[in-house]
Design a protein around this ligand. Structure first.
Ligand code: FAD
Length: 304
């Protein structure tokens, strides 16, 4: 059967574009379908990504898109994939704009959804002064009064990571703490268990955390870990297995538990970094090409 494309990549941010580059350089006919909503869209700068440290995230992906589209066999549409049916060798993807596309292989690079706590001010500050990762944004707030909104078994490690960057750390548990007071104090941090009313901020610039009793604790930044889930429901709907933490299960060849469907980037890991997503996408693209080569020559999967 003739296919419009050999591979459809759903998600055209860091992971999807990196996969497309591996495939374009292998002369594969590829379509990238992208909804234009990368998770770091609210952030003014990308850090810890060598050669682009401090760059505007949208500028990085735009440059990548231009480089990928320089390969004649790669096409890109701004659209949202809403349906996927078929099986290995014969998949059909339908989109919100009413288009449908065929391909032999599918690669998901659809990222994760960040569900933020329902505290007024958090959404406005997200990516700017309410942050999740010390490697991405911690250096910019070094030495400044910093809050951590967390109440899990990972809290002590987070306290230690942030104390490495600043002396002024306050742990907000927004209710009774699961971490012992002594452990918090051993990290040189103060513990606030009182419920939070809101964040005091202007245009995403955090000034303080306001507690229910009306008192305010001044902080320049607040770390929190949003609840993470798949941004795109299609992998789960077609039967791709999820790990307990909600990421897509893939094998060493980047293939999900459904034959012919691959995945890369944040959707397969909670270790969220642009460098990791590009590496994962580049590898997945090579793995898809590897599978197509194996099929053409009728050889067995022998690894990359
Ligand atoms: C606020 C914030 C700031 C960050 N800052 C940094 C930083 O400074 N440095 C760093 O290294 N990392 C940072 N990260 C992590 C980094 O942004 C991610 O690891 C990276 O974006 C993951 O790339 P990805 O391609 O897997 O997913 P994403 O970049 O999230 O892209 C997924 C893409 O898939 C598309 N998509 C989803 N579903 C569909 C669908 N059904 N149809 C079509 N398209 C779809 C989306 O629209 C999106 O364009 C940050 C993360 C966040 C949340």
């Amino acid at each position: 059967m003739e296919h419009s494309y050999e591979v459809i990549i759903i998600g055209g941010s860091y992971a999807g574009l990196s996969a497309a580059m591996s495939l374009g350089r292998s002369l594969r006919r590829v379509l990238i379908i992208d909804g234009g909503e990368p998770c770091n869209k609210p952030a003014p700068a990308t850090h810890n990504f060598i050669t682009h440290d401090g760059a505007d995230p949208a500028a990085v992906t735009e440059r990548a898109r231009q480089q990928v589209l320089a390969y004649d066999t790669v096409a890109f549409v701004s659209d949202k994939a809403t349906g996927l049916k078929g099986s290995d060798g014969d998949f059909t993807v339908s989109t919100v704009s009413g288009e449908s596309y065929q391909a032999a292989k599918i690669l998901f690079a659809t990222g994760l959804h960040d569900e933020l706590p329902d505290i007024p001010g958090v959404a406005e500050c997200w990516g700017k002064t309410v942050i999740h990762c010390p490697y991405c944004h911690g250096y910019e707030f070094r030495g400044q009064a910093t809050g951590i909104l967390m109440n899990t078994e990972h809290t002590v490690h987070m306290l230690q990571l942030i104390r490495n960057l600043t002396d002024g750390v306050t742990l907000f548990t927004n209710g009774p703490s699961v971490v012992k007071k002594e452990q918090v104090h051993d990290c040189g941090a103060q513990l606030i268990e009182q419920p939070i009313e809101c964040l005091v901020q202007q245009d995403g610039q955090l000034r303080a955390v306001r507690l229910l009793d009306g008192s305010e604790i001044g902080v320049a930044a607040l770390y929190l870990h949003p609840f993470l889930s798949q941004k795109c429901p299609l992998p789960e709907r077609i039967g791709c297995e999820l790990a307990d933490n909600g990421t897509l299960v893939v094998d060493e060849f980047s293939m999900t538990t459904v034959t012919g469907i691959y995945a890369a980037g944040d959707c397969i890991t909670h270790m969220r970094m642009v460098s990791a997503a590009t590496g994962s996408g580049g590898k997945a693209g090579a793995m898809v090409n590897h599978a197509l080569v194996m099929e053409r020559f009728g050889t067995q999967h022998v690894g990359a």
